[in-house]
Write a protein that binds this ligand. Structure first.
Ligand code: SF4
Length: 149
């Protein structure tokens, strides 16, 4: 029996798509590729941002750059494209990078670029959850019943 693929933040799989041109590979996530088809996405690249790029954070319902420019539209576009890919590939679950303004789940930076965390979700995580996907972070994900051992 085949299992639905999992949408994954590309940086967790070693793709160099982070704002600083780096990556954040997580072995526990990469290991899932032995049992599942993983679908890597970087919503910020999908939205049209370059790599490397200036850091962004969510603030007062918008997304702003470290220089104060409003990038909400770009982040919304990236979220929509990530959702499109999830739909095309049949992903019903996502494992996303913790605390990112796009991918964070439950906790994100507060918009002051000081490293302060607040309760909240990244733009893409929020959209995927609203569309019914199960969304977890690389730090918290668990496999639910019915998944292969
Ligand atoms: S937008 Fe998501 S996938 Fe892209 S670098 Fe940031 S955390 Fe990783």
């Amino acid at each position: 029996m085949s299992h639905p693929p999992i949408l994954v933040s590309a940086c967790l799989l070693g793709v160099r798509c982070r704002y600083d041109g780096g990556t954040k590979p997580v072995e526990r996530v990469i290991e899932l590729s032995k049992r599942f088809t993983l679908v890597p996405v970087c919503p910020e690249q999908l939205g049209g941002l370059s790599t490397p790029r200036i850091a962004h954070e969510r603030k007062d319902g918008r997304v702003v750059s470290e220089h104060g420019n409003d990038a909400t539209e770009v982040f919304d576009r990236g979220a929509a494209e990530a959702l499109r890919i999830a739909r095309i590939t049949g992903c019903r679950r996502a494992i996303l990078k913790a605390r990112s303004p796009s991918c964070g789940v439950g906790t994100i930076c507060d918009g002051t670029f000081s490293g302060t965390l607040v309760a909240g979700n990244g733009v893409t995580a929020e959209l995927l959850m609203a569309e019914g996907l199960e969304v977890q972070t690389d730090e918290s994900f668990t496999l639910s019943g019915g998944d292969p051992p």
